[in-house]
Ligand binder design. Structure first.
Ligand code: ADP
Length: 279
């Protein structure tokens, strides 16, 4: 396919302004069997995230006596894209994205509370249209919070970069594939800390700084949607009496921990330093 015009009369292909995100919908607690789950529609992306754990770490030789192993498996469905994706097995790209999402959550999950266990995050891309790694990561953070896993923050990600000579945020597939440069970023909204920074293509130092600033500002809007989805989830649980820790919650299962502190953690990031206790 020839490169399409990505900007016409100051507007992008889908009519957005340079700093405008695609429409985003986030729903927490969408799977019955997972400890935590979330579904995100981000533009035309559709992504499911499921969290299992803390649970027994298998294989045993991956077990860490001091903290939980936080690991992510990102996968694209064979039917996720306009052009035939077709492959079901692991791919280099899938391995890369799994690793970077694992690394982000290894930083924010308070894994030291759960030695010798594993926290498994699964990200399944049902439909792809550019920016699936940040959409998956954003959904995974909500799923972890839904599972009651203590975290320093509910992190999120947005990409920014350059298309047709302009710095813009949140690329759709054509902008991603035909733009000059793409910088996916993950942010801790509470501290402003960058947890992921990748880059495709070439940019000047000033363009990198402007792209990252734009991605961080956009992340704050995404974070508000994450918090709203979690509040809605907790309101549903409260209504059904599931927050008391009894029975099935009608969505993702409640963690068996009777302390209750894990549930509150996700919505109220812990103040103070990283080592502070979650409870
Ligand atoms: P991201 O989805 O995080 O932007 P890439 O930059 O690698 O990751 O991919 C950009 C977009 O290109 C994807 O969102 C998807 O729409 C498409 N794409 C990439 N790899 C594949 C693939 N193997 N099969 C189908 N579509 C793909």
């Amino acid at each position: 396919m020839d490169k399409p015009k990505l900007i016409v009369d100051g507007k992008r292909m889908d009519g957005r302004a340079m700093d405008e995100l695609r429409p985003i919908l986030i729903k927490a607690g969408v799977l019955n069997k997972a400890d935590g789950s979330a579904y995100i529609e981000w533009g035309k992306n559709k992504v499911l995230a499921a969290v299992y754990g803390p649970r027994e770490c298998i294989p045993k030789h991956d077990e860490n006596p001091y903290k939980a192993l936080v690991r992510c498996t990102y996968r694209m469905s064979p039917f996720c894209s306009l052009e035939e994706h077709g492959r079901r097995g692991p791919s280099r790209r899938g391995t890369e994205i799994s690793k970077l999402i694992s690394n982000v959550f290894d930083t924010v999950v308070m894994a030291e509370h759960f030695p010798k266990t594993a926290i498994d995050i699964f990200v399944e891309v049902l439909q792809a249209d550019g920016g699936t790694r940040v959409a998956g990561l954003t959904a995974a953070a909500v799923a972890l919070a839904d599972a009651g896993i203590p975290m320093k923050d509910v992190v999120c990600g947005v990409a920014a970069g350059k298309i047709d000579g302009e710095i813009a945020v949140d690329f759709g597939k054509y902008e991603d594939n035909f733009g000059e440069s793409d910088i996916p970023v993950a942010v801790s909204p509470r501290t402003g800390e960058l947890l992921l920074l990748q880059m495709d293509g070439m940019l000047t130092k000033d363009e990198v700084m402007r792209s990252v600033d734009m991605a961080i500002s956009a992340s704050m809007k995404v974070h508000e949607l994450q918090v709203a989805a979690l509040k809605e989830r907790y309101a549903e649980k409260e209504k059904s009496g599931a927050l008391g820790g009894e029975g099935d919650n009608g969505g993702g299962s409640l963690p068996s921990d009777a302390g209750g502190g894990r549930q509150g953690m996700a919505l109220q990031p812990v103040p103070g330093d990283a080592g502070e206790s979650a409870r």
